[in-house]
Each structure stands twice: as structure tokens, then as C-alpha cells.
Design a protein around this ligand. Structure first.
Ligand code: AMP
Ligand code: MG
Length: 408
């Protein structure tokens, strides 16, 4: 399997990693630091504001990893031992009486004086209820020591950690009932285009349904953002200016469409007039035109309007930007190297993100990779990255970015 390779030349186009680095730099410069305190159950998808340091040893005391018998190894000389107490999880045991053993269950504290636990399968309970141990014993066996997971003062989750079920579980194990998280990023979503109408309305000539609006709004909510749905913006300068001016109390204006070459670029004009604008031509496919700027101080990202382009540029550029605004360090999705299950004979000058799936361990791609075809992404489980300047034959190695890595 050939390695996934190095990117080739992109000509005058901006390489994806350069665009990402610039966006992250700007996100760092406008970090959101305001916080709110939330019950643990409500922090899913949110970002921890302060380091979470353990105030406990976990487990707080040595406990049994098995159902069996706790004893002191030195007390076992071949003669069966009397069971002097029974310890269930949740109970506080007495010290072990010398020369005896204790019946113990998983998770129960190991009594002082015991130094090993034998699982019940390796014991024989005699008619007089004494216990014979049938295997060799080792000190410490089947005992989960105090502080095995964490000790008081240890850093458990650094500030900037995004909560998922696992992090929530870990915080719960330390007794956290409430946590300080970064306040939600407020994102206004704008769909631009005279051709757009909303589902539920009747299509007229030349019209299409707005798919980007719901796609981005629901994605952003899953990301933990507060969404201000700013609806459809007609291709008109006055309307653009007015609508942008209404979006005051937001952290980002995220628009789609109206950034292709040749189109009357009203968003761009409005940003130039009352803020600043960078128009980037990215070495990315689908995608390419991307706008970054400010309108009266509010950051604006303009994604290309074709649905598959919106998806790819949001996943790889806008999503990391939004996470970094909240202080998340690791913002790029995990990629795995897999063999390609297809040929790619013509090298492009843009990095392609093909909508694909894994089948028998190989990446295969949807038959139609047009940027207008959102169905390709619904069919897909991930994005297959083909670097600029590269051709492939089946069996060559490619990177695969699972969609599950980015759709959350
Ligand atoms: P634009 O970037 O405005 O030139 O749009 C590029 C293509 O994407 C055009 O075919 C648009 O009709 C389409 N498009 C733009 N915005 C949306 C949207 N919100 N939903 C569906 N298609 C869109
Ligand atoms: Mg348009």
C-alpha cells in the first residue's frame, strides 16, 4: 500500500491547512471566556472552563475486583479458613480477624489486614463453611488499590475539554454535580440566494428548496452552539446591509452562497463597506471560494452554497473555528489511513474530499461527486481525502475522515 503522500502544488490557491491555521489564529484572538454553571447532565457538547482537578482518591479505598474471599496470604498454610465476616459493596468492614478470611463481593472495601482476594471459582466451601483455597495466592491479587484511577490533586480534564458521555461519566465519578462551561457560541445562520424557498412552500420556476439552512442549524445545535436562524437573504445589497446590521449580539455570522466567482457578491460589498473582507480561493474540492471578514466587528464566515461544499467546508474549517473560539485545543477530526477501493487517474490542483464509505476495509466513493449532490454525503460514512496533485490506483493508501468525527 503506497503511503497517503504529500500534498502537491496548489498554484495560486490557498492550501487547506493554511486557511485552517488562519481561521484558528483568528479564533484564538477572539476566544470566548464568559462562562455559565450547568448541572452535569446538561454539559454534553459544551466546553470545560477550568481545569478539573480531583478532590478524591478514586477508588477511595482498596476494593475487591471479584466476588470471592479476602485474606492475608500469610494466614493460608493449607488449612481451610473460617469466614469471619461478609462484606457487600457499600458496607464498611471490620478489620480482618487474624487467621480468618472474609466473604467479599465486587466493589466492596477490602478489610484492613487482608492483602489479597481469591475469586470464588478458585475456592471450595467445606461442609462446616470453612473455605479451602485451591490455587496459589499472590499478595495484591484482585484488589483494586486506593487511587488506582486518580489521586487527590491530579488533573483529570484540562480546561478546553469538550464534554461527551465519557467525560460526563468521569466528572460524575469525582462527585461533580455542576460544572463551569464556556457560554454557548451564538451563531447567526444566513442562507443567501434569490432562488431559495423553504420546504413547505410551492416551488416556482427557477426556485429550489433551502437545504443548507436546516443542515447548518441542526449541526450547530449538535455542536453546542446557540443558533440564531436569520433565514434567507435575497441577492440584494440593501437587504444584505439591513439584515447584517440586525445581527448584533452574535459571535459569528455564518452564511452560505453568494461567494462564487461571477456572482453579484452582496455580502462581500457589505463587508468591504462596513468592516473588512478576505476572499479566499482554497485548494479544496468541493468548496474553493470562502469568505472571512467582519461586519461592524462581528466575524463573518461565508461558505460556498452548493450543499456538499457547505458540508465539507463547515466540517473542515468552520467547525474547528467554532470549537477553538471556545478554547478547544484538538479541533481537527481524526483521520484513518485505509486502502482506496477505487482508481483516481487524474491529479487535481485542489484537495478533494470525496464522499465515501468503508467496505471490506477499503474506501469506496459515491458515483456522483458533484458539489450539488448532497445525497452523496447521506450515502457516505466519511470523507476520503485525495491530496492535491495525486493520482491513485486501488490499493493505494488514502485518509478517511469518519463523518461521525465531525457531525457533533
Ligand atoms: P452560490 O454560491 O450562491 O452561487 O450557490 C452555488 C449553488 O448552490 C447554486 O446552485 C445555488 O442554488 C446553490 N445553493 C446556494 N445556497 C443554497 C441553499 N441554502 N440550499 C440549497 N442550495 C443552495
Ligand atoms: Mg447564490
Amino acid at each position: 500500500m503506497n503511503p497517503a503522500g504529500k500534498p502537491g502544488k496548489t498554484g495560486s490557491l490557498m492550501p487547506v491547512e493554511v486557511a485552517l491555521a488562519r481561521l484558528l489564529e483568528m479564533a484564538d484572538a477572539s476566544r470566548i471566556v464568559d462562562r455559565e454553571r450547568l448541572p452535569l447532565a446538561q454539559v454534553t457538547g459544551r466546553v470545560l472552563a477550568d481545569d478539573l482537578v480531583s478532590t478524591l482518591d478514586l477508588p477511595p479505598w482498596p476494593n475487591s475486583a471479584m466476588d470471592g474471599y479476602a485474606l492475608r496470604k500469610a494466614d493460608w498454610a493449607g488449612e481451610p479458613l473460617v469466614v469471619s465476616q461478609k462484606i457487600f459493596a457499600g458496607q464498611a468492614p471490620d478489620a480482618l480477624k487474624p487467621g480468618t478470611c472474609a466473604r467479599i463481593f465486587t466493589g466492596a472495601p477490602v478489610p484492613a489486614g487482608a492483602d489479597c482476594v481469591e475469586m470464588q471459582e478458585n475456592t471450595e466451601v467445606l461442609a462446616d463453611e470453612r473455605v479451602r483455597f485451591t490455587e496459589t495466592l499472590t499478595i495484591g491479587q484482585n484488589i483494586r488499590p486506593q487511587g488506582q484511577e486518580t489521586t487527590v490533586g491530579e488533573l483529570i480534564l484540562p480546561a478546553g475539554t469538550r464534554f461527551g458521555p465519557i467525560e460526563q461519566g468521569l466528572a460524575a465519578s469525582l462527585g461533580c454535580a455542576e460544572l463551569d462551561v464556556i457560554r454557548k457560541v451564538r451563531v447567526a445562520v444566513l442562507s443567501t440566494g434569490d432562488e431559495l424557498i423553504e420546504p413547505g412552500q410551492t416551488l416556482g420556476p427557477g426556485q429550489i428548496y433551502n437545504s443548507n439552512r436546516v443542515l447548518l442549524c441542526s449541526w450547530l445545535r449538535r455542536l453546542g452552539c446557540e443558533v440564531i436562524d436569520a433565514g434567507i437573504l435575497p441577492d440584494d445589497l440593501v437587504a444584505t446591509r439591513t439584515r447584517l446590521g440586525e445581527l448584533k449580539d452574535v459571535d459569528l455570522i455564518l452564511s452560505t452562497g453568494g461567494v462564487s466567482v461571477g456572482e453579484a457578491d452582496f455580502l462581500g460589498i457589505a463587508l468591504r463597506e462596513e468592516g473588512e473582507l478576505s476572499l479566499w480561493k482554497l485548494a479544496i474540492k468541493p468548496g474553493k471560494p470562502l469568505t472571512f471578514g467582519h461586519f461592524r466587528g462581528v466575524p463573518v464566515i461565508g461558505l460556498p452554497g452548493n450543499p456538499a461544499s457547505t458540508l465539507v467546508t463547515f466540517a473542515l474549517l468552520a467547525r474547528p473555528y467554532l470549537l477553538r473560539r471556545q478554547g478547544v485545543k484538538q479541533v481537527e477530526p481524526l483521520k484513518v489511513q485505509v486502502p482506496a477501493g477505487f482508481d483516481w487517474p487524474v491529479a487535481g490542483n485542489r484537495r478533494e474530499y470525496l464522499r465515501g464509505r468503508l467496505e471490506n476495509g477499503r474506501a469506496i466513493i459515491y458515483r456522483n461527486q458533484s458539489s450539488g449532490v448532497l445525497r452523496s454525503a447521506a450515502w457516505a460514512d466519511g470523507l476520503v481525502e485525495v491530496l492535491e496533485g495525486r493520482t491513485l490506483v486501488a490499493g493505494d493508501s488514502v485518509y478517511f475522515i469518519p463523518l461521525s468525527e465531525v457531525i457533533s
